[in-house]
Design a binder for this molecule. Structure first.
Ligand SMILES: [Zn+2]
Length: 311
């Protein structure tokens, strides 16, 4: 297991907000002590040029990140937030690059996880929202296609909230034009809930599995399994995971029912995923999105430990 992490990602924010520095400070401390054999690496900031950010964002949004004004009630301006968001993008690109470099590894690809904040899946091409400033998973998907030789990239978003920003960026690209058919997006999320989107599929490559509040675990897991089956059927060269842990039964900002064991199940499924044509493991990289309960370190550990055992 490779963890991409820069401790500076805890250098902004407040313990008064759900998306707070302790999320990553405590998760990093737990994973380091529980898994001394895992490799840790700082993301390479040089990967993140404006040219790369413009693959998914507008020039006006990049300028706006430096203007010192709040974006919305959930998404304040913090000193240096543009640099923090760029470091989260660097980790995402690094994770995608690692996964693609591992595709022919004899023992199967080494899993890679970006333990960074801010999260990204709500960020739109033209604006920050929902604790998110830049959309690192959409950027990683486009970067993997443009620069890493992945012709088909799937995003599996199991955060409890709809990945509206990722959908809005990838759907037009995969629906028509020169990159048609390049991206598959699957989001499994609570509905009704923030941000209110994701109620239906936008096409065969942009799929949504809305799950009602307080749905039985088995129903939610069945939706998660169906979404991963759809991803595997797409035959991706790379799977990028928007790994949010706020579908946890005790999360303070959602009403879902998953337990730590269920996140382990997602890890096992990912380890066992095989490309339908080649039968080989599918390279995958996961990025931290949400997850606001104090048990977050244990939920991440459950997911990663299960994924780290070859399926
Ligand atoms: Zn979320």
């Amino acid at each position: 297991m490779l963890i991409l992490h820069d401790p500076r990602c805890a250098d902004y924010g407040s313990s008064m907000r759900p998306e707070q520095p302790a999320r990553v400070i405590r998760s990093a401390a737990h994973l380091r002590s529980a898994h001394p054999d895992w490799t840790w690496r700082e993301p390479d900031a040089a990967l993140v040029t404006d040219e790369v950010l413009l693959l998914a964002h507008t020039p006006a949004h990049l300028r706006r990140l430096g203007l010192g004004r709040d974006f919305d009630a959930d998404t304040p301006y913090f000193e240096g937030i543009g640099d923090h968001a760029r470091r989260a993008v660097a980790a995402a690109l690094g994770a995608a690059r690692h996964a693609m470099a591992q595709r022919d590894a004899a023992r199967g690809p080494e899993p890679v996880f970006s333990l960074m904040r801010p999260p990204g899946h709500h960020a739109m091409a033209e604006k920050a929202m929902g604790f998110c400033y830049l959309n690192q998973i959409a950027l990683a998907a486009i970067y993997a296609r443009a620069r890493l030789g992945a012709a088909r990239v799937a995003v599996w978003d199991f955060d409890a909230h709809h990945g509206n920003g990722t959908e809005a960026i990838l759907h037009p690209a995969t629906a028509a034009g020169p990159f048609a058919g390049s991206y598959f997006f699957a989001s499994i999320h609570q509905h009704p809930c923030y941000p209110g989107t994701g109620t239906r599929d936008l096409g065969p490559l942009t799929r949504n599995w809305p799950v009602p509040p307080r749905a039985p675990r088995a129903d939610h897991l069945a939706a998660l399994r169906a979404s991963l089956d759809a991803i595997i059927a797409f035959a991706p060269d790379l799977v990028l995971v928007s790994a949010g842990f706020d579908a946890y039964a005790r999360d303070p900002i959602t009403q879902m029912t998953l337990e730590a064991e269920d996140f382990a199940q997602l890890g096992r499924w990912l380890a066992a995923a095989r490309h339908p044509a080649t039968g080989r493991p599918i390279p995958a990289a996961a990025l931290l999105e949400g997850g606001y309960h104090a048990d977050l370190p244990l939920l991440i550990d459950a997911f990663l430990s299960a994924w780290n055992i070859p399926g």
